[in-house]
Design a protein around this ligand. Structure first.
Ligand SMILES: [Ca+2]
Ligand SMILES: [Ca+2]
Length: 266
C-alpha cells in the first residue's frame, strides 16, 4: 500500500516533463493551402495567395493551423516572398505577417496583423504612422517596438522576406538586406496557441498584394501543466491506504506488548 501512496503523492506533486517539439509549414501554393485557411478576399490564384486584388475596400487573410498545439514556441524561422502591385497612386494599405491569436471564426484582418502576439507590418500607406510609410513596423501585442523605412511597392515582383525569432529577439530581412531589423525584443515571448498568419487590406486606395513560397519551422516546449486533481477513486485509495497502515501499526504495537515472553494464546 505504501508504494501506491507514494506514487499518488508523486503524481500530485510533479507536473509532466517538457520534451523539445517542432512544427513546420511549407507551401509553394501550386495545389491548395494545406493545413491553413483563407479568409474573406484571400484566394489561391496563379500559384500564389492573392490576399487582396487591386480593388478598394478588400480584406484578406491566410491563417495557418496551430503548428505546436498545447506548446510554447521558443524559436522560429519563417521565409516567404511578397509582391505588392499593381496599385493606385499612392497604393494602399499593406500586408502583415503575424504570430499571435487571429480573430475567432472567419473574420479576416489586414496590415496591422493579429492584435496579440507579434506582427511584422509592411505598411505602404501613410495613416499618420511614425516613421512615415512605406515602412516595416514591428508590433508586439499591438504596440510598435521597432520600425525601418524603405521601398515596399514592387509593381508585382515577388521579393524575399526572412523572419527569425529566438531568445535574443526578432530579426527581419526584406529583399535581401533592403530593409533590416535585428534583435527586436518581444517581452515575455509568444503565448501557447499562437498561429502564423498573413493579412492585407485595401481602403479608398488599393494594391494587389500576394505572398508565395511560405516556409516556417518552429522549436517548442510543452506548456507547463498544473498538477492533476485526484479523482474520487484516487482519494478513496489514499484513505484506504492510510487506514490499513494505521491498523498494521496498531497490530504491530499489540504484538510487541504481548510478544514472545507472553503466555497469552493466539
Ligand atoms: Ca508558388
Ligand atoms: Ca498605414
Amino acid at each position: 500500500m505504501k508504494p501506491s501512496t507514494l506514487a499518488l503523492a508523486a503524481a500530485l506533486t510533479f507536473g509532466a516533463s517538457a520534451p523539445a517539439l517542432a512544427g513546420s509549414y511549407n507551401n509553394d501554393f501550386s495545389s491548395g493551402v494545406g493545413a491553413a485557411s483563407l479568409r474573406e478576399s484571400a484566394v489561391l490564384d496563379s500559384g500564389s495567395v492573392r490576399l487582396t486584388p487591386n480593388v478598394i475596400d478588400n480584406l484578406g487573410s491566410l491563417v495557418i493551423n496551430d503548428l505546436d498545439p498545447g506548446s510554447v514556441v521558443t524559436s522560429f524561422d519563417a521565409s516567404f516572398t511578397l509582391a505588392i502591385g499593381p496599385g493606385s497612386t499612392p497604393p494602399a494599405d499593406g500586408v502583415s505577417f503575424s504570430f499571435g491569436a487571429p480573430p475567432p471564426g472567419t473574420d479576416a484582418f489586414g496590415e496591422s496583423g493579429t492584435w496579440s502576439g507579434v506582427a511584422v507590418v509592411f505598411d505602404i500607406f501613410n495613416n499618420g504612422e511614425t516613421p512615415t510609410p512605406p515602412v516595416i513596423r514591428v508590433l508586439w501585442n499591438g504596440v510598435q517596438v521597432a520600425a525601418a523605412q524603405g521601398t515596399l511597392f514592387s509593381s508585382g515582383a515577388f521579393q524575399p522576406v526572412t523572419i527569425h525569432y529566438d531568445s535574443n529577439g526578432l530579426d527581419v530581412d526584406f529583399n535581401s538586406g533592403g530593409i533590416v531589423l535585428t534583435n527586436v525584443a518581444l517581452s515575455g515571448g509568444p503565448q501557447s496557441g499562437s498561429r502564423f498568419t498573413f493579412g492585407a487590406r485595401t481602403g479608398s486606395l488599393s494594391a494587389e498584394q500576394r505572398i508565395d513560397d511560405v516556409a516556417i519551422s518552429t522549436t517548442a516546449v510543452a506548456r507547463a501543466r498544473p498538477a492533476p486533481v485526484p479523482t474520487l477513486a484516487e482519494w478513496a485509495t489514499a484513505a484506504l491506504a492510510m487506514l490499513l497502515a494505521a491498523l498494521a501499526a496498531m497490530a504491530l504495537r499489540r504484538r510487541a506488548v504481548t510478544g514472545p515472553g507472553s503466555s497469552r494464546r493466539r
